[in-house]
Design a protein around this ligand. Structure first.
Ligand code: SF4
Length: 189
């Protein structure tokens, strides 16, 4: 059992290295580092409670300074835009610009991954996802980190009708596409 746990760690580490190498390859076309692509990818999926520099910092698990520097570069390149929250003027929010959205569409990181996993049976992929998710959640709990997660797997999501959802934590109405976004307030079921 212990040996398997170490094998899981080694495999995850190696997968991370391979993925980062692919990100470096894709990013070099745009003069971006993997951290910039990770930030863009996060902002593409982040919901209205999670599109702030602080949430991005928590999600990436990096220092505030590193994330600030990365964001500065993304602003300068016109890939990310800042805007002030309507309800609370002290809060700055982030979103992908049109150029940022185009880059995320063109950069295409997922197809390489899909090709690599194409011949693995869906049942085994599902089991692997569950194992990795459980391990990630345990690690996050041990380190007191927010789990983040996709809204439609959150314990607070309430379905009112076919197309109407509610967040039980904030009492806000959620549109269907929002239920597929990543949230920093997410609580796993
Ligand atoms: S239901 Fe959960 S994940 Fe969705 S917005 Fe509310 S707190 Fe976030």
């Amino acid at each position: 059992m212990r040996k398997n746990a170490f094998t899981l760690l080694e495999l995850t580490e190696r997968l991370g290295n391979v993925i980062r190498a692919e990100m470096r390859r894709v990013g070099s076309t745009y003069r971006l580092h993997p951290v910039h692509l990770q930030a863009l990818s996060y902002l593409k999926q982040a919901n209205r409670y999670s599109n702030t520099p602080q949430a991005l910092t928590e999600y990436l698990g990096l220092t505030k300074g590193t994330v600030s520097q990365s964001l500065l570069l993304l602003y300068r390149k016109g890939l990310v835009a800042r805007y002030v929250d309507e309800a609370d003027k002290r809060v700055v929010r982030l979103k992908l610009s049109a150029a940022g959205k185009r880059l995320m569409k063109d950069a295409q990181l997922a197809p390489v991954w899909q090709t690599a996993a194409a011949n693995v049976s869906p049942a085994r992929v599902k089991t692997t996802v569950l194992v990795l998710l459980e391990t990630l959640r345990n690690l996050q709990a041990m380190q007191n980190e927010r789990p983040f997660g996709v809204c439609n797997t959150c314990v607070h999501l309430q379905r009112e009708s076919a197309r109407i959802y509610n967040c039980g934590l904030t009492n806000d109405r959620l549109a269907v596409p929002e239920t597929r976004q990543i949230c920093r307030l997410h609580t796993p079921q």
